[in-house]
Design a binder for this molecule. Sequence first.
Ligand SMILES: [Zn+2]
Ligand SMILES: [Zn+2]
Length: 223
Amino acid sequence: MSEQERPSPTIEDYLGAIYTLLRDGERVIAARLVESLDVSAPTVNATLKRMVRDGWIVISAEKEISLTDSGYRMATSVIRRHMLTEWMLARVLKMPLSDLHREAHHIEHTLSAEVEQRLLAEMDDPTVCPHGNPLPGYEGEVRDWLPLSEVGVGEKVVLRRIHESIEDHYERLSYLDSEGLMPGAHICVLEVMPFNETIRIRVEDKTVTLGLNLASNIFVSVL
Ligand SMILES: [Zn+2]
Ligand SMILES: [Zn+2]
């Protein structure tokens, strides 16, 4: 794929967001992108119109958004570039896990296909990003991990994945990082309190309370 065919960083961000929502089986409409990209509705609608014109997406009569073949290829490319950049920042620059996403976000758009290929080999063909989200084509790797919010009291689990929707919010990510809640952390569920929508867990040797919504975006495997 030649470099000239690359869309603007904004369009790449939209493609990535649409891909991720579709991957999770969600119905993608403009309002969902307003939420996920944190942009105004008029801006989203104007951008989507340009994307239809340029052949990246199709919008059905029911207003559902889907990717064209070239939209799909570009979406998987930008997500791969993003995740490989996160690994590079983590391994080469030893940056903290909470900083990787926002730093990679600035760099991902500028990587050439050549650098992407070299990074893939240099980072040992990773199947997930440092936060545990699957590289395109490796969705099966994460299928068996369950949301922390569904783990029973007393169960011991290992944290595997922090969903992209949390990566997008720096304060949430750095909170999890400060509590030691990153891939590899050992967790024991102490109490689930549906009435106030929280879950109390032990991480290594400290007790942490999380909202159930946050916990539903953290995935674990049973020990
Ligand atoms: Zn990220
Ligand atoms: Zn990540």
